[in-house]
Write a protein that binds this ligand. Structure first.
Ligand SMILES: [Zn+2]
Ligand SMILES: [Zn+2]
Length: 379
């Protein structure tokens, strides 16, 4: 069985042989992989040769955004059955810390976790995988063509959950008692800036718009870019940040009131830090983008600390997601597609067959939003 991934002694993306996996425990599920999404992390792994191969191995299969079909299940498996459409979570806990021992490995406290396709464990870019039932999440059949978005949307779900949880410290941002951060109508009377209109940014816009947040989206592309068309389809106000200072960008977001939320999904480190200087009072800034190269800037540290203290500001990082976030994402995927008229299909701009994996990881033009590798066609 062939897999797509990285080799210890050869940079780039390659195929290699892996043994066909088999069910050996009663809680295991054999899944036939159908589609795998490729994201910025995958592209960076190849570009910067960021290998994270387990000891004793010379290769790692890539791919962590997956949708597949259950082929067979162990005797004890109850939640899925052969023929079900499923996705599989990414992180496997350290087995040592309390969050990991309570199904919250996304909050691991030791850092000794592993991740399929990213860190020490094989990913999903191969024909068949075996996984424990607890990490296999059933996907409603009608969502199968968008289910590669479950993992990235789960990242956004966690970010939004974090911001709502943290900001529940602040029950009143407007006159309406039903608009508190933990209420179902929490997004009303609130504005957010989503930085970066790539796949993660667009999903963040979509999720915030589902909650009726007034969303501004900034990126460094022209108004006629397909990214902008999608952001506008999600009814976000686009801000072309080229030639604008972070202050000018934020000022454009504050025309109707304060900016309660900044959601960073670009990984552009300098801008990400400079934006902190322009946060509204009592607001929150969620960072999800992960910069790779070294970026040094000069800041007035005293001003920054003074402002964070005086304005009760929160800057919070959010990484990975747990099974709950996958389930939330699957509830919202259908809703996003319905509310915004098939927007998810349009985000899937680049589709490649398994054999064309080199192209899939190759150069991308400005129309590119999301790459999907079709491991095995649905029909
Ligand atoms: Zn842990
Ligand atoms: Zn309100």
């Amino acid at each position: 069985m062939l897999a797509i991934g990285m080799l210890r002694d050869k940079p780039g993306v390659h195929t290699f042989e892996m043994p066909v996996p088999e069910i050996r425990q009663p809680d295991e599920v054999l899944v036939r992989v159908k589609e795998v999404g490729v994201d910025g992390t995958d592209f960076n792994m190849v570009k910067f040769n960021l290998q994270d191969i387990a000891e004793g191995r010379d290769e790692i299969a890539m791919g962590h955004e997956m949708v597949g079909l259950v082929e067979a299940v162990g005797a004890g498996v109850k939640s899925v059955a052969p023929g079900d459409v499923v996705t599989v979570t990414v992180r496997r806990g350290c087995g040592e810390c309390h969050p990991c021992l309570h199904n919250m490995s996304d909050m691991c406290m030791t850092g000794h976790y592993r991740e399929r396709g990213l860190h020490k464990l094989d990913g999903f870019l191969t024909q068949l995988i075996v996984e424990q039932e607890q990490y296999v999440v059933k996907v409603p059949t009608e969502l199968k063509r968008f289910a590669v978005f479950t993992e990235p949307l789960s990242i956004v779900e966690k970010g939004v959950e974090q911001l709502r949880t943290i900001q529940s410290r602040l029950p009143w941002t407007c006159p309406h008692p039903a608009h508190g951060f933990l209420s179902p109508d929490w997004g009303q009377c609130k504005s957010a800036l989503v930085v970066g209109a790539g796949p993660l940014g667009l999903l963040a816009i979509a999720l915030l718009r589902l909650a009726h947040v007034n969303v501004y989206a900034s990126d460094i592309v022209a108004e006629d870019s397909p990214k902008v068309a999608l952001a506008q389809r999600l009814r976000a106000h686009y801000i072309d940040a080229r030639g604008k200072t972070p202050k000018e960008v934020v000022d454009l977001c504050c025309t109707v009131g304060p900016l309660e939320i900044i959601f960073e999904a670009s990984g552009a480190a300098a801008t990400a830090v400079q934006l902190i200087n322009h946060m509204s009072r009592s607001s929150i800034y969620i960072m999800t983008g992960i910069p790779r190269e070294e970026v040094c800037i000069e800041i007035d540290a005293a001003q920054l600390v003074r402002q964070i203290v005086r304005f009760n500001q929160v800057v919070a990082g959010s990484v990975n997601s747990n099974r709950n976030h996958y389930e939330m994402a699957l509830r919202d995927l259908g809703e996003i597609n319905k509310r915004f008229d098939g927007v998810l299909a349009e985000m899937l701009t680049n589709r490649y067959l398994f054999d064309d994996y080199e192209q899939a990881f190759g150069p991308r033009d400005e129309k590119h939003i999301k790459t999907v590798i079709e491991v095995e066609p649905w029909e």
